[in-house]
Design a binder for this molecule. Structure first.
Ligand SMILES: [Zn+2]
Length: 291
């Protein structure tokens, strides 16, 4: 079912971007001996069938960049998934995602876009079982045969957010760590919110400092870039500047409708092509100006 409805595109040599009806992007990196699947989408239709019937017949591992419903909603159809220990530790209430959470997210995207998508809610099926969850640490290398993919911890969007660097093509696959519409998420952490913002700034500066190692970056939603096309090269630097400006109280704040919570609005900090919001509150609190 639905193995043919999700478009996919070989965006770099041996790297496939799968579009899950604009809910989330899933990436598959293929080497000579193994493949690596990054994220599992919201869990609409048959992602496993699509990967195995149309993209690769190699054995593969599955890594979840973070524990949000739109990235791990399809995890149950794979025997085991790798996650960072921080997102394993803070798994409630996200893991396992409920059927209602998955359907709600898909509905928000569909209704927000006003487009026709070739699936029904019947294609969002209950989880048959929970996958085995395995920890993966910063610096872990997946050897795919002729190409190595290194995983880096990049907290901010979640405590355990991960990004992947494919050395062969110089491609950074960055989950939700970089995004034109970046969500800083402190909802499952107890620490001071400014502290979390500083942790995020350190993490994204570290990834930027590796820029000699990558030539292009793809985030896992293509609403701020074209399908199959990388992020604008200045986005990472602008997201860093925007976060620096928030922390120094100099950011440009604006109030906009919140598409994930229809009927409500939220504050956003904007700098050029970067906007940053706080998942569970008002981003202005990070600036220390509003408590
Ligand atoms: Zn996310």
């Amino acid at each position: 079912m639905l193995t043919k409805a999700m478009p996919f595109y070989e965006c770099r040599e041996g790297i496939y971007e799968i579009d899950e009806f604009e809910c989330t992007e899933i990436f598959v990196i293929t080497g000579k001996e193994r493949a690596l699947v990054l994220d599992t989408g919201t869990g609409i239709g048959d992602l496993k069938g699509l990967i195995e019937e149309r993209i690769t017949d190699l054995p593969y591992d599955v890594l979840l960049t973070h524990n949000h419903v739109d990235h791990m909603g399809g995890a149950a159809w794979f025997p085991k998934v790798y996650m960072h220990p921080e997102d394993l530790a803070h798994e409630d209430p996200c893991f396992p995602p409920t059927l209602e959470m998955r359907k709600f997210f898909a509905r928000v995207i569909r209704e927000g876009s006003g487009k026709y998508y070739d699936y029904t809610e019947e294609d969002i099926r209950p989880w048959p079982k929970e996958p085995e969850k395995l920890p993966v640490e910063d610096g872990h290398v997946f050897h795919l045969g002729g190409r190595d993919v290194t995983i880096f911890h990049c907290p901010g969007h979640t405590a355990g957010e991960l990004v992947a660097l494919d050395e062969m093509t110089g491609t950074l696959l960055c989950g939700d760590a970089f995004n034109g519409n970046f969500l800083l998420d402190s909802s499952h952490l107890k620490e001071d919110r400014r502290e979390i913002a500083y942790q995020c700034l350190d993490a994204i500066r570290r990834i930027q400092s590796m820029e000699g190692a990558y030539r292009s970056a793809f985030n896992f939603h293509h609403d701020y870039r074209g399908f199959g096309s990388p992020l604008s090269p200045d986005l990472i630097g602008n997201q860093i500047t925007n976060l620096e400006m928030i922390l120094s109280g100099k950011a440009d704040f604006r109030n906009i409708p919140d598409v994930l919570n229809p009927g409500t609005d939220k504050w956003v900090a904007e700098y050029r092509n970067s906007s940053i919001t706080l998942v569970d509150g008002d981003i202005r609190t990070i600036a220390g100006l509003w408590q």
